[in-house]
Design a protein. Structure first.
Lengths: 159, 277
């Protein structure tokens, strides 16, 4: 009976793999950002292109103009490019699920992603540990907006 | 009822002539293929993009396990343990399979200390899990530094050939354009593939390691870094219109094919000559 059991484990493994949701596409990420910002009173107000590599979405509200949001890699590989769009009057922050950093805290983000990876393995939920974080820049006078990004992280907000 | 089930099981085992370790490897391989199928728009054409050396490593693992002397009548405890390890392939997160495959390799190392083929199979399993899971964890901690290092190597090559170049972290700027070195463009990415090929090809032909194999690994690392730097150099030094040619176009494919051929030839040469090149 044990060999049949192996056969069924294999079959179940294939089935589980095939029903997993696809990774969030860049378009879906941008849509989730727009929707979340709109829920907090920020309207899309254009975009900022940094060469061909990056396009940052811009948002504004009656109290704060020129808030910029971009999904970036947790490896901080866009940092050199992003610096070109920042000014001394800006506040910036990197958000990853339930944590935020003001600086390029690459080791902290990597460890946070690592813990999410292993936590995700033992949770029987079909959400992969996302390898994208959010880069948010806003004028110092209004500070980084306090936004609930649970829509962006999907089901992971309660982690 | 029990006799009927037993008969069915015997027919099943005889037909496939597999022990529990081989079954477990097939389970992990099936999960790997299913994940690749899902992540590639579920089309056969896209499945062709699977890593050639990853597929080679899976094939080598299956052959080595078949060559091994895994007992056809394992104890119930051993089969249960392997069954439990296999259950990691049923977890939703595909990373769990790599932890499971690593656990299977560890089980083989401890349970079959004298079976060279099974231990070689375990080494290839660990190499696969390292390339696709453990290595990436390590990479995340050092990724940005490696990107900077790769950018610096390409910038040095450009300077050596009298090109005007400036460097800011992983951002390389010439007179005409700028390129940013991302994760997939780093030498680490290609080195991890080269190491997988090295383990798989060496173990296929010779289950036992030799000290000279380390020299082969060193040669592979040097070749991979050189080819990667050459590609970055070509991207940075060519006209902006040709950037895509070296990044994702025919030029990039030629360099990848050349690198794959170099890796294969170096490994085969090392195995055939019995010593490092």
């Amino acid at each position: 009976m044990r060999y049949l059991a192996f056969f069924f484990i294999g079959l179940a493994g294939v089935g589980v793999a095939l029903i997993q949701p696809d990774d969030q596409s860049p378009q879906a990420q941008r849509a989730a950002i727009r929707e979340t910002m709109a829920r907090h009173g920020y309207a899309a107000s254009g975009r900022l292109d940094i060469g061909k590599a990056l396009t940052i979405a811009k948002f504004s509200s009656p109290t704060c103009e020129d808030v910029r949001v971009l999904p970036v890699s947790i490896l901080f590989q866009e940092t050199a490019l992003l610096r070109k769009s920042e000014s001394a009057d800006d506040d910036r922050a990197f958000f990853y699920i339930n944590k935020a950093w003001k600086d390029d805290a690459s080791n902290n983000v990597a460890l946070s992603h690592l813990s999410q990876r292993f936590l995700q393995m033992i949770r029987l939920r079909p959400d992969p540990a996302i390898d994208t974080m959010l880069y948010i820049v806003s004028p110092k006078k209004c500070g980084v907006p306090q936004v609930d990004w649970s829509k962006f992280w999907g089901q992971r907000a309660d982690i | 009822m029990r006799i009927a089930a037993h008969g069915l099981d015997l027919r099943f085992a005889t037909r496939f002539a597999q022990g529990p370790i081989a079954w477990a490897v097939w389970i992990f391989f099936a999960r790997y293929l299913a994940d690749a199928w899902r992540g590639s728009d579920a089309s056969l054409g896209h499945l062709a993009n699977l890593g050639i050396f990853q597929l080679l490593a899976w094939m080598v693992t299956l052959v080595l396990v078949a060559r091994g002397d895994e007992t056809r009548r394992p104890s119930g405890l051993a089969a249960s343990l392997i069954g439990l390890i296999s259950l990691t392939a049923v977890l939703p997160d595909d990373n769990a399979s790599w932890v499971g495959l690593s656990a299977l390799a560890a089980y083989i190392f401890f349970s079959f200390p004298r079976d060279r083929n099974l231990r070689a199979a375990a080494a290839v399993m660990l190499a696969l899990a390292t390339q696709l899971f453990w290595g990436r964890i390590l990479f995340e901690l050092v990724a940005f530094r490696i990107e900077i290092l790769d950018a610096k190597l390409a910038a040095d090559l450009l300077s050596l050939l009298h090109h005007s170049v400036s460097l800011q972290d992983n951002l390389l700027a010439t007179d005409t354009h700028q390129i940013v070195i991302y994760e997939a463009c780093t030498s680490f990415h290609n080195i991890s593939i080269a190491m997988l090929a090295w383990v798989a090809i060496t173990k296929f032909f010779r289950p036992v390691w030799r000290s000279a194999d380390l020299a082969t690994a060193a040669v592979l690392i040097v070749v991979t870094v050189a080819m990667n730097s050459l590609r970055l150099f070509l991207m940075a030094s060519s006209a902006p219109g040709l950037l895509d040619y070296w990044h994702v176009g025919l030029g990039s494919q030629m360099i990848n094919a050349s690198l794959s051929a170099l890796i294969t030839v170096t490994c085969l040469w090392s195995v055939r000559s019995g010593s490092a090149p």
